[in-house]
Ligand binder design. Sequence first.
Ligand code: PLP
Length: 522
Amino acid sequence: MSTINQSGWRPTAPEAGESSTATFTGNRALMLEEPLIFEIGSSDTTGVDFAEAPKAASRLGGLERGKAIGLPGLSEPETVRHYTRLSRQNYAIDLGLFPLGSCTMKHNPRLNERMARLPGFADLHPLAPVDTVQGALEVIDQLAHWLVTLTGMHAVAMSPKAGAHGELCGVLAIRAALEAKGEGHRKILLVPISAHGTNPATAAFANFTVEDIPATEDGRVNLEALKARLGPDIAGVMITNPNTCGLFERDMKAISDAVHAVGGYVYCDGANFNAIVGRVRPGDLGIDAMHINLHKTFSTPHGGGGPGSGPVVLSEALAPYAPLPFVEKTEDGYRLVEEETAGEHHAGSFGRMVAFQGQMGMFTRALTYILSHGADGLRQVAEDSVLNANYILRSMEDVLDAPFANSGPCMHEAIFSDDGLPEGFSTIDIAKGLIDEGYHPMTMYFPLVVHGAMLVEPTETESKAALDQFIGAFRSVAARAKNGDPTIKTAPHFAPRRRLDETLAARKPVLAWKEPVAEAAE
Ligand SMILES: *Cc1c(COP(=O)(O)O)cnc(C)c1O
């Protein structure tokens, strides 16, 4: 195999005796090696030609840059090819099934994209006069109405820009409500161990103390343990439902009642709403605040840190503390309620989560998705996502340990563990094996309550044929691990990179490119 040598990006030819399948370029057919842009670029190449600047006396008082800033210079075709090659190294939902549990990587209907790109939505300026953007405000208001109706809640804060950001919004509303009642001394948020990792992180970030609540054998919140911990120091609970084990928390109403009885509030992590949309109204379960990941339940492209949107539905008790701004329908059209215009009625608002109104592109996509599905179509989303996950669970349980297989049907994701794999084989081997099969791996080692967890979420947008092909690959890889096949320990064999030192990458990340120092001649 040729290697990228130290002094530059140019590969070295395969050495004599190396496999005859090694290539000079390092490329493998259409799988193209791509160096860093700094390694390709040179300061004497540029994609644009500027005329020499006219001589003028400097007015920078000696602060002019003394040497080149070290940006890579590339011609236009070099630049285009660099980014096109990089883009081909992505795995994407548009390429294949993306079983990344907890992330709801569903197909993004192209209709959403058409709508989001309409200039009237896409080219708005957040400070445009309100009477020129009435249509956009109507989109926000209509979407808000759907979210409130689907969840059976009282109000919704639209502006948070991700699930975790929505959690922060909800928890800040809880804090504001407690302080308004003179109960700011309640500092403890109870978080079951089956909660998503962002829940305790959010609670801590908002200055609450986090206490764990254990799970029962069957993977749900231990109601008795929770009740035993309730008291006057408890601000509330944060519960992920359906939880990260892919199970519905059946005791949710009992949990809410118990928490309310001691004066606390109930936060529900609703990122998994996909599994219950149209079937369960969280408001009926006594929830006070819940974020919805528009970028999961209502499609819209995400992953790799792409744009998200995490509106938070609120109970009547928390609605007065909602962040500003929000859209209000009046007789003369839509208006934005902001600090200057809020008045008495919204004086309790805890403040602002974002500079403007939130993610307009996500709002447009989500509303398009909702309107094109309709109420019955959304219910079908939940049913099909649960059906698909159970199909995977039941198709795999004879080759992989499924710790909650006896806890009833799973919701929209199926969970497996590395129990029963031979010594030396683990979840990571199965994940790497799936890469060779052309799939992005499932979520691994999460949730923490399951040893060597593999969390698989197919979503409702996969056909039975696509599920069968994935199951075939997953079964084959799992069987290889189970039989101790040594070749799976070195997978992936067909990817541009094999096994990386992930610990080193996490502990000592190299975040900036440095020009390699020329090695001294021997
Ligand atoms: C995705 C997810 C989150 C976080 O959402 P982001 O938009 O990534 O911040 C929180 N909880 C659960 C259960 C999730 O699946």
